[in-house]
Design a protein around this ligand. Structure first.
Ligand code: ADP
Ligand code: MG
Length: 338
């Protein structure tokens, strides 16, 4: 697909991401020279969702922490959506940090992630696929800003005019990513705002612990995998998962679980209790994120060892190097498959 022009002005570059139903490419707006991200989906996809996702971005894109959409349409064999180009995902940065984040970084991310979901809910939608791959940092001046992406599974939960809430259906198949799904989602209940928040809770535990006890079952068929994950979630109460960490994380979780199906969460409350940890532990949230500190340290170390002059890091240097490494890995992967 490289070098193809879509929407008459966006030239496709390297692949920078691969998801469950399409690829993300780097792109350039030939009129403005601005870089963009281009999401592609084969028109033959079993359950096409890109046009739906594009319509959603048209409705909610541009709010704080949600990228803008530039164009969408069809180009031959692909549905195409063009978005603001953003930086690495939280999963990419977590990997870069060897699956260890400091409490300070986790708390700073948590505050922003909760605000992202609050902004999505304010537009009458649930996200329903909360996970570290679906939160990306910005670039340049926005490099400390978390953004929420991937609205392929989003669903309207209330009427924008009357605010009437969808009913609590039962017996639903699991929508989303089982590792981060709330217990009620496993049990087949229709999702609502509380479930997005509970999934954020699992993501925070993932960052605290470096892994979740039910990860790594990818070789199982999905029904069997979902069943086993649910069993493990039941067998690992929140208090146990959070044993070695500040008790506020379990409090956050219990708050999510105390919400009724139609309840509007009080987003301030979890932000406040997490902030209390910062005060108590005397954490300075103005310190750069872990990945920036690690990158700077590596540069200084290299200077000491090899005499390379450690220049002050250019903006986005780390984000670009992560993107390049990922592109190369994705390209090698697709070569192997051919
Ligand atoms: N606007 C963007 N800018 C930079 N990277 C992006 C952007 N959108 C997606 N990505 C990258 O591509 C990956 C897959 O995109 P996503 O929209 O989540 O697709 P899927 O629905 O297939 O998971 C993301 O995890 C992220 O790493
Ligand atoms: Mg995704």
């Amino acid at each position: 697909m490289q070098d193809v022009i879509v929407g008459q002005r966006f030239q496709l570059g390297r692949k920078i991401g691969a998801g469950s139903f399409g690829d993300i490419h780097l792109g350039t707006n030939l009129e403005t020279n601005e870089e963009v991200a281009v999401k592609l989906e084969a028109v033959t996809a079993k359950t096409p969702q890109l046009i739906y996702e594009a319509k959603l971005y048209t409705l909610i894109g541009g709010a704080a922490g949600i990228p803008n959409i530039h164009w969408y349409g069809n180009e031959g064999k692909h549905n195409v959506m063009v978005l603001d180009l953003l930086g690495p995902s939280l999963e990419d940065y977590f990997e870069f940090c060897s699956y260890k984040f400091s409490l300070r970084t986790i708390l700073r991310l948590a505050e922003q992630v909760i605000t992202c979901i609050e902004n999505v809910h304010a537009k009458n939608y649930l996200h329903r696929d909360i996970k570290p791959d679906n939160f990306v940092m910005g670039l340049g001046k926005m490099s400390n800003q978390v953004h929420i992406i991937d609205f392929g599974l989003a669903k309207r939960y209330q009427d924008p005019e009357t605010k009437e809430h969808i009913p609590c259906a039962e017996g639903k198949n699991l929508t989303g990513t089982a590792e981060y799904s709330s217990l009620n989602t496993h049990l087949g209940f229709e999702q609502s705002r509380r479930d997005d928040l509970e999934s954020i809770g699992f993501m925070l535990f993932y960052f605290l612990r470096g892994e979740l006890p039910w990860q790594g079952m990818d070789d199982l068929q999905s029904a069997e995998k979902h069943k086993r994950i649910m069993k493990k979630k039941v067998a690992n109460p929140i208090e146990d998962l959070g044993k070695s960490f500040p008790s506020e994380f379990a409090t956050y979780f219990n708050y999510c679980r105390s919400l009724d199906f139609v309840d509007r969460p009080d987003y301030m409350y979890p932000r406040m209790i997490l902030k209390e940890i910062c005060f108590r532990e005397g954490l300075d949230v103005e310190v750069p994120f872990d990945w920036h500190l690690i990158y700077e340290n590596k540069k200084v170390e290299n200077e000491a060892r090899y005499g390379n002059k450690a220049e002050k890091t250019e903006e986005d240097e780390l984000a670009l190097s992560i993107r390049q490494r990922k592109s190369t890995a994705l390209e090698n992967e697709s070569k192997e498959r051919r």
